[in-house]
Design a protein around this ligand. Structure first.
Ligand SMILES: Cc1ncc(C[n+]2csc(CCOP(=O)(O)OP(=O)(O)O)c2C)c(N)n1
Ligand code: SF4
Ligand SMILES: [Mg+2]
Length: 251
């Protein structure tokens, strides 16, 4: 299993333009490795959205389509269904931020899962609106300081964060829902396996598959890359446990 070699599904001569230490690059590399391993590069369509995840189309060597903020699962639904109707089934996946998937696009996301759309959604949960300057997002943890919660998220003013993978698992149309992280080698390998499983379940036609990736945003967290991973390991996994929440083929 290759993790560090350049996958074929990453564009030649491209170098990631994410901030130093950002997990977006690693997450994209894992997605590309899975596409290579499943030999589906020619049959895959990626749906990008707004936020730092949008740059996927600069790096992934697969067909990509851009969607408005939050609407990736709706666009993916249309792309998947239109190809299927022409007997030209494709592997269709979204690559979205937490603000995108779980706030502005929550309706599209949940209803795609409820309908059991046979697509895969990958959500990069960096606990803030990264691209726009680190504002409080739906997944900002209690007490977490952001540019719009300078004294920390609190129950009275902001309410509680959403546990996305758990919510998606509750939808009857969901075939697979898991949360992973990328702070060490063991977790990186596990993340890759979970992404692979999500794509395989789509290939089998089992329904909506979802992987939430706990990811670093060193720039907005104002932490070094290694302290960002420490924060994920020691703080965020307590709020957001790393787990498979639903797997229709394994109980
Ligand atoms: C309809 C709409 N509203 C707001 C924006 C501005 N906007 C662009 S990126 C972004 C934040 C994205 O945050 P997230 O989805 O968590 O992705 P991240 O950058 O953290 O990876 C916002 C609010 C937009 N592009 N379109
Ligand atoms: S703002 Fe955050 S999520 Fe966006 S590229 Fe920089 S570190 Fe990554
Ligand atoms: Mg985000």
């Amino acid at each position: 299993m290759q993790v560090y070699a350049k996958p074929k599904s990453i564009k030649e001569n491209s170098s990631f333009t994410f901030c130093s230490g950002c997990d977006h690059g690693l997450a994209l590399k894992l997605v590309a490795s899975v596409i290579d391993e499943l030999d589906i590069q020619q049959d895959t369509i990626a749906v990008a959205s707004s936020g730092c995840s949008v740059f996927l189309y600069n790096f992934l060597e697969v067909d990509c389509i851009e969607s408005p903020h939050g609407r990736a699962c709706a666009v993916a639904t249309g792309v998947k269904r239109a190809h299927k109707a022409r007997n030209n089934d494709k592997i269709v996946f979204t690559y979205q931020g937490d603000g995108d998937f779980a706030s502005i696009g929550l309706g599209e996301s949940i209803h795609s899962a409820l309908r059991g759309e046979n697509i895969t959604a990958i959500c990069i949960n960096n606990t803030n609106y990264g691209m726009t300057g680190g504002q409080l997002g739906p997944t900002t943890a209690m007490g977490q300081i952001t540019t719009t919660s300078p004294t920390g998220r609190n129950r009275e003013y902001h309410g509680f964060p959403i546990k996305t993978a758990e919510h998606i698992a509750l939808c009857e149309g969901t075939a697979f829902s898991a949360r992973v992280a990328l702070y060490d080698i063991k977790n990186i390998y596990n993340a890759k396996n979970m992404i692979k499983k999500a794509f395989e379940y789509q290939k089998k036609g089992l329904g909506f598959s979802f992987v939430e990736i706990l990811s670093s945003c060193p720039t907005n967290w104002k932490l070094s890359p290694s302290d960002s991973h420490k924060k994920i390991k020691e703080e965020l996994t307590k709020v957001y446990p790393l787990k498979v929440f639903k797997d229709v083929l394994n109980g």
